[in-house]
Design a protein around this ligand. Sequence first.
Ligand code: GAL
Length: 319
Amino acid sequence: MTSYKNGTPWLDTDGKPIQAHGGYIIKYGEYYYWYGENRMDDNYVSCYRSTDIINWEFRNNILTKNSETEATRVKADMSLANEKGGKVNIERPKVLYNEKTKKFVMWAHFENGIDYHCAALCIASCDTPDGDFVYHGSFNPYGEMSRDCTLFKDEDEKVYFVSAGRDNADTHIYRLASDYLNCDKFCGKLWQGEYREAPALFKRNGEYYMLNSWCSGWEPNQGKFSRSFEITDNWRDLELFGDSTTFTSQPAFVLPFEKNGKTEYIYFGDRWCYKSLSLGVSNDDDTIDYYARSTYVVLRIQFDENDDPYIEWNDEFSI
Ligand code: GAL
């Protein structure tokens, strides 16, 4: 394959649709690793790898209902199934490699699969990028609600976790402890009462950019962006990004991609296919089958004369 047709099933090298939603891509060694949600069977998070970000080889279901658990120093809920024995929801998984501990560490959004009231984050880790991750449980950072989320590693090696707090009203930003197994600072709250979800962060020419969506469940809405020279402060007012439905997608992440000595910034969004907006029925087979038909929208971010980011529709994504 030399390109991906936006909004169609993206087939892996075995010919199966890639299940890696709300995900994240990192480069490690010669491979890119794509992590994301997989709601099939007992799976939570799957991992694929590629050298060209078009052809992806399935590697492993790295977090499942049966994953091993191991407590850390953080008091956390260790359950990977709910009190009814059903699956929990583990959404928007992001993975970074920790140079100090030599571990791949995942942060994600946790809900119990029964109601939508946990609003917690969860953490897992592994010695290899695509091995079986060990689950370290879910908790509310500093007692706060924490839903849609992302991780961002800065040039000075500090890592930040951004998530939707206060029932999604505000965007919260935390700094991670050096082993990535806890937060070490609650850095602040952004865009009070603006109900932003699906945060995606990147840095270009020393400036931070954040993309996000509004809250409309699985329905797409108008994306927005902001810019700042300080990751935890002085973010500009949000401005429009993409069209009124962000080309029928919701941000998952932005991949900085080196091409001919230049860095490109590639927007990855999810085009969700979901039968019901009620997560209370998310363990219903039919609903899972529907979710499995979710696809992706991948577009190169362009920058105008003021360095504001924008995307234009393109049927195909190629490198
Ligand atoms: C979206 C969110 C998704 C998922 C969904 C559930 O707004 O971005 O990650 O949680 O709601 O309705």
